[in-house]
Design a protein around this ligand. Structure first.
Ligand SMILES: N[C@@H](CCC(=O)N[C@@H](CS)C(=O)NCC(=O)O)C(=O)O
Length: 264
């Protein structure tokens, strides 16, 4: 009887939208992996041990390769995907356009939605308790119960979460949504070319805090559960063309995992 081959390990912060992007790409490619989940701030030890720098996700492949950026994890997964599940378009010109859009969402949309959500959720730890702690080791679940304020302060300091930056973040994501709205105005089904690509995946994953998709890899608060400062903004963004596109990508393209349950 042969032993099961070791699986790639994905080190994550379960609620993180960059980590959702990596899970989505691996799930879509049908790659089985083991997810090791950690609380923000506490993730740094695991990320460093895995050979990463400071941020999650990090993918550690059985052959020793370490992939430290979510965009590179998408490329790694894409190389293992069946023809109908590819995320990098075959045509080099289309691929260039899709990757340029994805890079822009990585640089501007992801940080903006994250900062805004941390700002709005700061006083509501009980709302994110489930998504923050889903699948993390038991001692971290306990740490969140007793130390969620300290963790929130640490994250707020690293990300410079304050009122002024929350306003700027909202301007950034509104501008990106407006540009995506415009791109989709001709009725196209996908952001680039005629198939789902890294551009749709990256936009939808990093827009998730503004659209609360039910298919997200961990359970997010529903729209009706959101705090007062968020609910109207989320309702508004779900109704935009860009928001509807992101919701549709989650509904139709967010393949469920081939992976075993996360290891606690
Ligand atoms: N460019 C990175 C960004 C990832 C990122 O910012 N991850 C966040 C979680 S949403 C993180 O680990 N932040 C914690 C920290 O910087 O300490 C990628 O695409 O993988």
């Amino acid at each position: 009887m042969s032993a099961r081959a070791p699986l790639p390990i994905l080190v994550t912060i379960p609620i993180s939208h960059y980590c959702e992007k990596a899970r989505w790409a691996l799930d879509r490619a049908g790659v089985a992996y083991e997810e090791r989940r950690h609380l923000p701030a506490l993730h740094r030890v695991a990320v460093r041990r895995a050979g990463g720098k400071l941020t999650a996700p990090v993918l550690v492949c059985p052959e020793g390769v370490v992939v430290r950026e979510s965009a590179d994890i998408v490329v790694w997964a894409d190389a293992r995907a069946a023809a109908g599940a590819r995320m990098i378009p075959a045509d080099p010109e289309v691929a260039r356009e899709a990757r340029a859009l994805a890079d822009d969402y990585d640089e501007r949309l992801g940080p903006a939605t994250r900062l805004w959500v941390y700002h709005e959720m700061f006083d509501y730890p009980e709302l994110v308790h489930g998504s923050m702690t889903a699948g993390v080791p038991a001692w971290q679940r306990h740490a969140f119960r007793v130390g969620n304020k300290a963790i929130a302060f640490a994250v707020a300091k690293v990300l410079t979460v304050n009122d002024e930056n929350a306003v700027a973040a909202q301007q950034t994501f509104r501008a990106i949504f407006a540009a995506v709205d415009q791109r989709l105005a001709d009725g196209r089904e996908y952001l680039v070319g005629d198939a789902f690509s890294i551009a749709d995946l990256t936009f939808a994953a990093l827009a998730a805090p503004l659209i609360a998709p039910p298919e997200y890899g961990v359970r997010l608060p529903t729209v009706d559960e959101l705090p007062p400062g968020m609910v109207d903004v989320v309702r508004e963004h779900r109704e935009t063309r860009a928001g509807r596109h992101a919701l549709a990508m989650f509904a139709t393209e967010r393949t469920r995992p081939a992976a075993p349950a996360p290891v606690a």
